[in-house]
Design a protein around this ligand. Sequence first.
Ligand code: MRU
Length: 348
Amino acid sequence: MPPRTIEWIGDLQGCVQLIDQTLLPGRLELLQINDIETMFEAIRSLQVRGAPAIGIAAAMALVLGVRETTTSDRGQFLEILADKSNYLASSRPTAVNLSWALKRLVELANKEKNASVAQLKEMLLAEAKAIRDEDAATCKAIGENGVCLIEPDCSVLTHCNAGGLATAEYGTALAPLYLAHEKKVPFKVYADETRPLLQGSRLTAWELSQAGIDVTIICDSVAGHLMSLGRVDLVIVGADRIAANGDAANKIGTYSVARLAQAHGVPFYVAAPASTFDLSVGDGSKIPIEERAADEVVNGFGRRTGPKDVKVYSPAFDVTPAELIRGIITEFGKIEPVNAKTIAKTIR
Ligand code: MRU
């Protein structure tokens, strides 16, 4: 069994332990984090990444940020909590799971009117741990609701990493694959390498091969060619934020894969928990898209691949319009067809 992607070790004075994903697949190393600033940096630098995992990380970071506060005044404590929550929310803007998890902690503290500050700290820790455990159960349910898509001898293409490393366990897009593998269904996976940070080749290919699943890495530009040869039966990807109408933001390049799938008649599915839906956003045009540093494109992994000072545009995510998505696999079942009405019926 690989170590857990992220977990809280010990009691309130304990720490957060996570797999440093920037070192994979070369080294499997665990980081122990004791303060909010280090966790902010771990999220920003993608040591922990993937929408549900950064939600868990942010919740645990908020506990790290308030556990040493000396005030016993409840009002003052709630102000500090709100400030630290806003700070953490600014670490990465696109995945809504991050602000969803922070909001859950802040609302809990505000609701517990009779609790002392010491009790609030313990309650916040329990809630952060619950977010992790619920995510593991949620991902398993997504797997159960999506496993029927994995037919014997099919080929599935995925983009980026929406696996166990991006969540508490199992993943979202990869959960149906893990469950099919447990049921001994034979299938193969094509993992887009996912430029510029290679989450597909470094992380998806690593975790699937650890599990004994047949996985082949392809350069992102190979997907269309493979589809034209009829060698892709199904696409499943994760999401970072899904608007009320079903438009879904995910790792840059997902939209191109969805258009290719449409052109070749390949069903394109998104797998995501309810916490990835943002019903306050009507459509994908309102989803904030993170831009990443130029160096990740032209000086990635320590090798210069573009002229110094060249202009670089590096959005980390793009939006796939709902009409290209055959269905969204959630813990509550499949949303199919994808539109505002079917989403509102399943996600509240
Ligand atoms: O920049 P990253 O690596 O955090 O991007 C991750 C993705 O785009 C995933 O597909 C998404 O968060 C879903 S994870 C279950």
